[in-house]
Write a protein that binds this ligand. Structure first.
Ligand code: HAM
Length: 426
């Protein structure tokens, strides 16, 4: 019986990995400029962390978690997202001491039992950031601004940033009641899902994807009209900071997000290149979550982006610019040349070049074909004649130009011709 991968998961093969590594490298680079450091948290945690953190009435907790009992009888869940784990780590490792703004980022697989479709998987990868310990609107704007710069650095310009404010502990309870009362007037016309959940989680009715419900949602009262003075002023400042750095955004009063921990600013970045699963990134403020887990009062802001989705919309020019082709192919002709080729390849790799060779003692023609197939920039030909004469031929595969290199100084001669691309030498 052939064993196949589980539905909704996929392999990332060596042919695609360069894009992934490049995007991850860009994230590390850009985020570190804003003071974010990496955190690595486990991919499984106690089920109660996610149930309480993300919210019992969220879709994720109600129907999408991969939960099992381990051999010790403990309820375990494969992480469906990173924020709850980071909050747990923040409290457990007393990262609030001494009090300061803690900025972390993470990348790795998340697991949700969703219906697989284009852009939606059961194991998918996120890159996320969390800024913990400040309620300043500058943190919201700076973190969203960083995200947009990150997207721009990969050539993505056709993106929409939508923002909203969900209010706080002071103003939201009143709004929830107002909303519930308004929804009740339309109950018969709403989808089953909304009819069932509006009592427990009325805000989710606002972002229901069912067409009829969307029309009703537009007529319902909006959080924006019920914000307390502090939340209103916070939201106005976030917008003003975004304008300061010329980051275009629109306000979407129906944006509530699917996780229950949000307060005040929430946002999503969408790309029209993505089809129906068009959310590239989502996030916002979660000012009460640390306290809900018995940590000190710690207002936070963060986001997570879907790596599969991001990679699928990278512009062709960006993908072409991601260089992974080998620098050099050593064509080795005859048994006598074998050891010398091994030595040269070893030396050049130590210096930082990407070197390929043949291991099958094939003909010159076959080795040249392999060099071509691997898209090698240069070919070095080493045969018995070359060893006798002490001069080797280095051929540029793009323009066909040939250079003589001396066997005695082969490593240095080659390095004078083939530029090193930021590789560290060993
Ligand atoms: P989220 O909106 O659930 O937020 O997920 C963030 C991103 O992960 C989405 O915008 C999407 O690109 C990607 N994503 C989600 N589910 C899937 C899936 N099944 N297949 C492929 N990609 C998917 C969070 O996870 C929050 N923890 C974000 C956050 C961090 N908020 C504050 N800090």
């Amino acid at each position: 019986m052939k064993i196949k991968s589980i539905r909704g998961v996929k392999d990332i093969l060596p042919g695609e990995i360069a894009k992934w590594q490049w995007v991850e490298g860009m994230a590390r680079d850009v985020f570190s400029r804003y003071g974010f450091k990496e955190i690595r948290v486990p991919i499984f945690e106690s089920t109660s962390l996610f149930a309480r953190g993300i919210g019992e009435t969220s879709d994720i907790v109600e129907k999408e978690m991969y939960t099992f009992e381990d051999r010790g009888g403990e309820q375990i869940t494969l992480r469906p997202e990173g924020t709850a784990s980071v909050v747990r780590a923040y409290i457990e490792n007393k990262m609030h001491h001494p009090p300061s703004l803690v900025k972390v980022y993470y990348m790795g697989p998340m697991f949700r039992y969703e219906r697989p479709q284009a852009g939606r998987f059961r194991q998918f990868y996120q890159i996320g950031v969390e800024a913990m310990g400040s309620d300043s609107p500058l943190v919201d704007a700076e973190t969203m601004g960083m995200l947009i710069e990150f997207f721009k650095s990969m050539g993505l310009n056709d993106l929409q940033l939508e923002i909203n404010s969900l209010g706080c502990k002071e103003c939201r309870p009143q709004y929830r009641e107002t909303l519930k009362n308004a929804i009740r007037q339309h109950l018969d016309a709403l989808c089953n899902n909304c009819q069932q959940r509006y009592e427990r989680n009325p805000l989710r009715v606002l972002d229901c994807k069912v067409e009829e419900d969307r029309k009703i949602a537009e007529s319902l009262p909006k959080m924006g009209d019920s914000l307390c003075d502090n939340c209103q002023s916070h939201f106005t400042q976030v917008q003003s900071y975004l304008t300061t750095i010329n980051t275009p955004f629109s306000i979407n009063p129906l944006l509530v997000r699917g996780l229950d921990y949000y307060s005040r600013t929430t946002f999503e970045v969408t790309s029209s290149g993505l089809g129906s699963q068009n959310a590239l990134c989502g996030g916002g403020r979660y000012d009460d979550l640390v306290e809900e887990f018995d940590g000190p009062s710690t207002p936070c802001f963060g986001f997570a982006l879907g790596l599969e989705r991001l990679i699928s919309v990278l512009p062709a020019e960006t993908v072409e610019s991601i260089e992974t082709d080998p620098d050099l192919f050593i064509v080795c002709l005859g048994a006598e040349a074998d050891g010398e080729c091994y030595r040269i390849a070893h030396e050049l790799r130590r210096k930082g070049l990407k070197v390929e060779r043949d291991y099958e003692a094939s003909s010159m023609k076959s080795q040249m074909r392999k060099a071509n197939n691997k898209n090698c920039a240069y070919v070095l030909i080493v045969g018995e004649n070359e060893l006798k004469s002490g001069t080797l031929q280095l051929k540029n595969m793009k323009d066909g130009q040939q250079n003589d290199v001396s066997l005695n100084s082969v490593t240095q001669d080659i390095l004078n011709i083939i530029p090193l691309k930021n590789q560290a030498s060993l």
